[in-house]
Design a protein around this ligand. Structure first.
Ligand code: ADP
Ligand code: BMX
Ligand code: MG
Ligand code: CA
Ligand code: ZN
Length: 343
């Protein structure tokens, strides 16, 4: 019966071993090891070919080079071991990282203060030496775009951009179905679109970048200032909070009607929206995909701003929030999976 599922135990005694090996092979899931290095977190995951995160490991991204390299290798080693028992066959390693990356060489060319000691770093050689696997590396925002193209709202969309909010703001551009890296691998650094001549200092060393207004770190900076000035306290709270203050505190305060918190979020949304309009007027994509922890907060204000301030033909640009859980990780995996399934 051809419709019966394959059964490992059903086989002819004489050729049992070769058949069961074949079936084991069929049942093995073609998978990728994915790594994502951000301003806060270091993540490793086993991702199978359908884009499902089978297992994920998260650690704080170490502040210096040596411990960071060691932790990457250690986390990958653990994942490689787990992949065996999960019956996942790892075809290669995909690395997503903050910073300007030369993907042809697998090298991080330079990075902002968000990831220190991360300049002229060859990631391909040590990882491929350790695991005897092919390694792909690209910028995290670019990886997020690859994930949207393969698994997300970007499927079948010829021209789209994605903006991902974490500690910083990452960007990725798909033009004619392909990533844009630019002439010196500095294209699609959308977080550093400047929307004011002065404005808050950015971790890149400049001022007025959208990242300096609207990133997780920027909102945390504002939340801390408000807490110091005793302006973060909400209903029934009379003193300063002593716990570590994050962007989430600011968002919470705004939800509770704290006018100052609302004003800070409005400014952040406006900066991001104006930045995105600049992207629309440069590339004229048909779709903008927002992702990361703050995406859903920014979606409506960004749409509103486009409707009121973009040039007429750009006003039809669709803006959506990503439905992918981990775009950068999934994009890192997609570099492996796309290569492995190429004929
Ligand atoms: P990265 O890739 O930069 O390491 P993540 O995507 O893991 O970062 O996001 C971490 C950032 O998001 C931190 O700046 C953190 O403060 C912020 N963050 C985490 N959870 C929340 C939340 N619930 N609301 C707002 N910000 C958050
Ligand atoms: C910074 C920059 C970008 C990155 C973005 C998002 C570095 C180290 N990072 O703008 O390359 O895409 O942050 O990164 O130069 P994340 O930390 O928010 O994930
Ligand atoms: Mg990130
Ligand atoms: Ca980018
Ligand atoms: Zn900047």
């Amino acid at each position: 019966d051809l419709n019966k599922p394959l059964q490992k135990t059903f086989c002819f005694p004489l050729v049992k071993d070769s058949i069961s090996q074949d079936i084991d092979h069929i049942l093995e899931k073609q998978s990728a090891l994915a790594v994502d290095l951000g301003g806060t977190n270091l993540r490793v995951a086993i991702v199978c070919s359908q884009g499902i995160v089978v297992k994920k490991y998260t650690q704080p991204n170490p502040k210096t080079f040596e411990p960071r390299m060691q932790l990457i290798l250690k986390m990958c080693e653990n994942a490689m071991q787990d992949a065996v028992s999960l019956n996942c066959r790892i075809l290669g390693v995909g690395v997503s990282t903050g910073g300007r990356v030369n993907p042809e060489e697998g090298v991080v060319l330079d990075s902002t203060k968000l990831i220190r000691e991360w300049t002229s770093v060859d990631l391909r050689t040590p990882i491929s030496d350790a695991f005897h696997l092919p390694v792909w590396v690209d910028n995290d925002g670019n990886c997020a775009a690859l994930a949207e193209r393969k698994f997300g709202h970007g499927k079948g969309v010829e021209n789209f951009v994605t903006v991902i909010t974490g500690t910083g703001i990452g960007g990725g551009i798909i033009q004619h179905n392909e990533l844009i890296h630019g002439s010196t691998f500095c294209g699609a650094e959308l977080g550093h679109i400047m929307v004011s001549l002065d404005g808050p200092e950015c971790s890149c060393g400049s001022q007025g970048c959208i990242e300096a207004y609207a990133s997780g770190l920027a909102l945390q900076r504002e939340a801390k200032k408000m807490n110091d000035d005793e302006l973060l306290k909400g209903e029934g709270l009379t003193t300063k909070l002593s716990e570590p203050i994050t962007a989430a505190h600011l968002i919470n305060a705004a939800r509770l009607g704290n006018a100052k918190a609302v004003a800070v979020l409005n400014k952040a949304s406006t900066a991001l929206g104006v930045g995105i309009i600049n992207i629309l007027h440069t590339l004229n994509p048909s779709l903008v995909i927002l992702s990361g922890v703050l995406a859903s907060i920014y979606e409506e204000p960004v749409k509103h701003l486009i409707a009121s301030r973009a040039l007429l033909p750009a006003q039809s640009t669709k803006v959506v929030t990503s439905d992918l859980e981990e775009p950068a990780l999934l994009g890192a995996a997609s570099m492996v999976l796309d290569y492995a399934t190429r004929r």
